[in-house]
Structure formats: C-alpha cells, structure tokens
Design a protein around this ligand. Structure first.
Ligand SMILES: Cc1cc2nc3c(=O)[nH]c(=O)nc-3n(C[C@H](O)[C@H](O)[C@H](O)COP(=O)(O)OP(=O)(O)OC[C@H]3O[C@@H](n4cnc5c(N)ncnc54)[C@H](O)[C@@H]3O)c2cc1C
Length: 381
C-alpha cells in the first residue's frame, strides 16, 4: 500500500471509482468542456453507484465511510482530464450539503440531504455576491421574516452548479445591524417564485462546470427552511469553508499529479538536439522539483485531514494547506506547459486545460491573500 492513511477498503473503492472515471467520464470530457456543461446524467449515475454518499452515515443512505473515503473520491475524480467535474461534485458532497447534516432538522435532512446523496437533487452553495467576495460579512442579500415565511432579496454570483441546481444553501443577512452575528443560512428550492438564474457565466477554465449568477426578488421561503440557528450563519459557513478548502485541495494536488505525469511522459518522448528532453538536466531537475512539491503538498493535505477527521478545528493548518496546494498546483501546471513548449499552448494537449483550471485554486473558496490573512491572525499578527 502506497500511503498508510488508506486502508485496503479505501483502495478497493479507489479502484472502482477509477474504473468509472476511465470508462464513463473521461471519454466525454473533451465534448463537455467544448460545450461548457457536463451531462446531467452524471449526478444521478454517481448517486446510483453510491459515490456521493461514501462518507455519510448509513441512516441517510450513505456507506458510513470515514473522511478519507471523501478524499479518495476527490483524488480519483480530479484525474478525469479536467478540474470541473471534481469541483462540481465537491460542491455537492463537501460544500452545500455538510451544513444540512451538521445543522439541519430531520425534515431538512430528509427533503434535501438524502436526495442529494442519491444524486436525485443537485445542490449549490450561495455565499459570494457582486459586491461581497472575500468580505463575507458584507453580503447584502437580505432575508426578512414575514409571518411563517422569510422574504429574500439579493444577488449571488460565481455559483458553481447554480444553473442545474435543484436547491441552494444560501447565506443571507437577517439582522444587518449585527455584522457577523446577523447572518443566517437558508435552503431555497429553485422553483420558488422570485428565484431566477439570470446568467450562465463564461469562464477561463473549469469550463464544463456551470457557474451562475442568481437573483432573489421577493422570494418567499417557508420559515422551516431556515438552516441552523438564526443569526449564527456566519459561524456555520466558516465551519463549512474549512471542509471545502481541504477537499478542494485534495482535488488540486491529485490534478497536479496527473499534470506532472503528462509532462514526464512528454519529456521522455520529445527529442531535441538529439536526445529526449528528460536528458537535459534542467528539465530533469524541474520534474524533480514538481514531484517534490506535489508530494509535500499531498502530505500536508493528509496530515490536516487527519486532524479534521478526528474532530479538531485546525483553521490555521487548513489555511496553510490551501495556500500551499493552490500555489503548487498552478506552478506545476505552468511548468508542465513550459515542458510541452508550443504544443503545450495548443488546445489539443490536455496541459493547457490544467493550466487554466488550476488557476482557480488560488481564488475560489478563499484567495491566497485571505489565507495569508487567516494565518497571520493565527500567528497573533
Ligand atoms: C469558477 C468560480 C467558482 C466559484 N464558486 C463559488 C460558489 O459555488 N459559491 C460561492 O459562494 N462562491 C463561489 N466562487 C467565489 C469565490 O469564492 C470568490 O471569487 C473568492 O472568494 C474571491 O472573492 P472575489 O472574487 O469577490 O474577490 P475580492 O474579494 O474582490 O478580491 C479581489 C482581490 O483582492 C484581494 N483581497 C481582498 N481582500 C483582501 C485583504 N483583506 N487583504 C489583501 N487582499 C485582499 C483578493 O485576494 C483578490 O486578489 C467561485 C468563484 C469562481 C471564480
């Protein structure tokens, strides 16, 4: 066994997912990336195979696996040839739904979490707004209580799965005078009157994942769709972001590993000045550096995941891992493109996609700069 964090059971699941990715996903990647949308059958198919619920309890229809089962899924999906699919699935399994399991009522779990784990309902997570990204507490989407409903008004932007989602885990202001302590979470069905997908956004990378701009206009949501405790939403979403960052980085590192393998293969094959590129020491050393950075980043994800899985709340370590892995993934992709020379700049080579996709890791789920802010704060600065 290569890594001691994984048991034989993890590796058996890994083999099953790898086969699924190779036979059912990879053959469609080029087409989905061109179209800017992966097929709608992916979520139900993955639900049917039990992949969306690997680390969820059996009582919710899950396999009852541990946190590292989730990492196995993230790592294998990231090897499909694009970053989009792993990101979309991570939104479903590790971003929009964990708050429902953690803070939801029995009824909310039945109505939203269980169908999401089966792939029957697609979920998205709405934090970011046109005027509020890194500064989450400054969101302007407003929810006002009106009898046994909440009336929601506002806009969200850059929402992954937002075009196809059946419901959104939404962050809104419920008491604007109380800053961090005036934010709450809601579950909003897509067919609620007043909820509109206003735009599918065109992106540089992660092209087959749909990214939406959403509008809420006098959108009336039943009172029971408040998720968790009123005005505790900021703290709840900060908890969610820790898991999101960690799982996102498991995807990033695995994607970097695949990109590295492609560069290595190319450097062995491509001959210039009478010898393969790997025989130039500068190329061999660059590959050695890439392998070293990937391995260090991977071990950082595993050691941080061990703490998170054991119930710790290692915010500083997760921020460090996010910062390191995001930068490593893009540095590796850039070096891999350079090793491919002009071919690397051509759309027919996968490395250009890794280069475009990996750039998001330094922005999404909290930018490099925000990770440095969190780390500096943890250092007492
Ligand atoms: C493809 C994609 C998918 C996404 N999916 C989702 C999703 O599903 N749900 C969701 O809610 N959001 C999503 N996001 C939003 C993402 O999390 C935000 O883009 C990110 O948090 C940054 O916010 P911003 O874009 O508003 O940038 P800003 O916050 O405006 O930042 C702009 C620049 O200023 C820097 N900056 C900001 N504040 C500081 C500071 N205090 N100190 C130093 N530098 C600072 C930033 O680091 C950045 O470089 C997605 C984004 C993209 C691009």
């Amino acid at each position: 066994m290569k890594y001691s964090v994984f048991t034989e059971e993890h590796q058996a699941v890994r083999r099953t997912i790898r086969k699924f990715v190779e036979t059912e996903i990879a053959p469609h990647v080029e087409e989905w990336e061109r179209e800017g949308y992966f097929a709608d059958w992916v979520f139900p198919r993955m639900g049917e195979l039990g992949f969306l619920s690997l680390r969820y309890p059996e009582k919710y229809g899950g396999a009852g696996g541990d946190y590292f089962m989730g990492i196995v899924l993230a790592e294998e999906l990231a090897r499909c040839g694009c970053g989009s699919l792993a990101m979309a699935v991570a939104v479903q399994t590790d971003m929009a739904t964990p708050p429902i399991m953690q803070f939801g009522t029995g009824e909310q779990i039945k109505k939203y979490l269980v169908p999401a784990l089966r792939g029957e309902k697609v979920a998205c997570l709405g934090i970011t707004e046109p005027n509020a990204g890194s500064d989450v507490a400054s969101i302007q989407t407003r929810a006002v209580r009106d009898g046994d409903h909440w009336v929601i008004n506002g806009r969200k932007i850059f929402i992954t799965n937002g075009v196809r989602a059946d419901f959104i885990t939404l962050v809104a202001k419920t008491d604007p005078d109380r800053g961090y302590n005036g934010v709450s979470l809601f579950l909003v069905d897509k067919d609620t009157p007043g909820f509109t997908v206003t735009r599918k956004l065109e992106k540089v990378g992660m092209r087959s994942s749909d990214t939406a701009e959403l509008l809420f206009e006098d959108c009336r949501v039943p009172a029971e769709n408040l998720l968790g405790v009123e005005n505790r939403g900021f703290h709840q979403i900060m908890w969610e972001l820790q898991g999101e960052r960690l799982m996102g980085m498991a995807c990033a590192v695995s994607g970097a590993q695949r990109t590295f393998e492609k560069a290595l293969e190319y450097a062995r094959r491509r001959t210039q000045f009478g010898r393969p590129l790997v025989k130039f020491q500068v190329i061999a050393h660059r590959l050695a550096e890439m392998a070293t950075e990937i391995e260090a980043a991977r071990q950082l994800v595993y050691s941080t995941a061990r703490k998170f899985a054991a119930g710790e709340y290692p915010v500083k370590e997760i921020s460090i891992a996010k910062l390191v892995c995001a930068q490593v993934s893009h540095r590796v992709a850039d070096a891999a493109l350079q090793i491919h020379g002009g071919y690397g700049y051509m759309m027919e080579y996968e490395v250009q996609r890794s280069w475009r996709d990996s750039r998001l890791n330094r922005i999404g789920g909290g930018t490099d700069e925000i990770m440095k802010e969190v780390i500096a704060k943890a250092l007492g600065l």
